[in-house]
Design a protein around this ligand. Structure first.
Ligand code: FAD
Length: 320
């Protein structure tokens, strides 16, 4: 098919081949856009063997979903390349993407590069992440329902996490040191629903292999638990966008600064969309898939309009 604007090799480069990025690429490939996915290969949920809350893929493996996703997008001519994007340069009508010592030129970008979870520095915690140390009760709460569940507070937002986890078990213990103080009225609420509160800081997660049997606190106590919920600090993979100075916003509950994107994924740059955890750390897999699809459609709709202006020769520099 004839392509418009040949100075760029690609219509769209998708940075990140997780749920959001591959979903955007699926839309774009089917829309006959020359699309390249560049993926560093470390999806956030790589620590978990099974996914939950993902319609049609309940209990499936995260890596299996992405493998199938890569096959599906390849069927529509999308190229997927392993690599880590290091920077993006704005040349007006074209964005230049630096990846592993090479450069790729594209008309538009979908940024879907996810986040890292910066976990609390408690011995024995990181090696159990995704198996018995968990972050999301919607993803893993059912599997540990009615068990003795710990909530290890890391920020004021952990108060809500403790209340959430209570939905899955009557037996919840909150390690409150990370809250930075517990308001007496909040304490009353928690105790009213039977949540036990331990004030001494957690220092070690104990258990055989990747299971959890107890949490040791600074005062030497060992409190028996079967699973731990906690929140890592979300760190977006967006440093490669720094030179473009995209608008950012502080997310509520102290989650930190993230690139701003509207409901269609559009950022403050007219050629850049963003989707999934990189702009919304709360997004689960189906939410990331939805956001990626939305961004893919948003990019294509914008390029469609530009194609007509370009071909008609009506695109003045001021209109770009
Ligand atoms: C332990 C754990 C278990 C989870 N379980 C569930 C579950 O059961 N159900 C559920 O719905 N959700 C679950 N989640 C949430 C799920 O991981 C996210 O919703 C999902 O990964 C978000 O998709 P994404 O595409 O935005 O990001 P990711 O899946 O993280 O994909 C981003 C991709 O971009 C790549 N990338 C990063 N930087 C660059 C770069 N510079 N250049 C190129 N590529 C780059 C990464 O390597 C990665 O492959 C879980 C999360 C964790 C931490």
């Amino acid at each position: 098919m004839e392509t418009v604007n040949s100075s760029a090799s690609w219509d769209v480069i998708v940075i990140g081949g997780g749920a959001a990025g591959l979903s955007a690429a699926l839309l774009l490939g089917r829309a006959r856009r020359r699309t390249l996915v560049i993926d560093a290969g470390s999806p956030r949920n790589r620590f978990a063997a099974h996914m939950h809350g993902v319609l049609g893929n309940e209990g499936a493996s995260p890596s299996g979903l992405l493998r199938r996703g890569r096959e599906e997008v390849a069927g529509y001519g999308v190229e997927t390349r392993d690599g880590a994007v290091a920077g993006v340069r704005d040349e007006g009508d074209v964005l230049v993407v630096a990846v592993d010592g090479a450069e790729e030129r594209t008309r538009a970008l979908v940024v879907a590069s996810g986040i890292d979870d910066d976990l609390p520095a408690v011995a024995g915690l990181a090696e159990r992440w995704g198996t018995s140390v968990l972050h999301c009760p919607y993803c893993h709460g059912w599997e540990v329902r009615d068990r003795r569940l710990a909530v290890l507070a890391t920020s004021p937002a952990s108060l809500h996490q403790a209340k959430m986890v209570r939905q899955w078990s009557d037996d919840v213990v909150l390690f409150s040191a990370g809250l930075g103080g517990l308001d007496p009225s909040d304490e009353r609420l928690l105790r009213a629903r039977g949540i036990e509160i331990v004030a001494s800081p957690a220092v070690e997660v104990l258990g055989e292999g990747t299971t959890v049997s107890a949490i040791r606190t600074a005062d030497g106590a060992e409190i028996p638990v079967d699973a731990v919920f906690t929140g890592g600090r979300p760190v977006p993979h967006d440093g490669f966008l720094d030179d473009l100075r995209l608008a950012r916003a502080d997310l509520p509950s102290g989650l930190g600064s993230f690139v701003q994107a509207d409901a269609t994924g559009r950022t403050s740059h007219p050629r850049i969309w963003a989707a999934g955890n990189v702009v919304n750390p709360m997004a689960t897999v189906p939410m990331a898939i939805g956001a990626g699809a939305m961004a893919g459609a948003g990019v294509n709709g914008t390029l469609v309009e530009e194609d007509f202006r370009l071909v008609a020769g009506a695109l003045s520099p001021a209109a770009r």
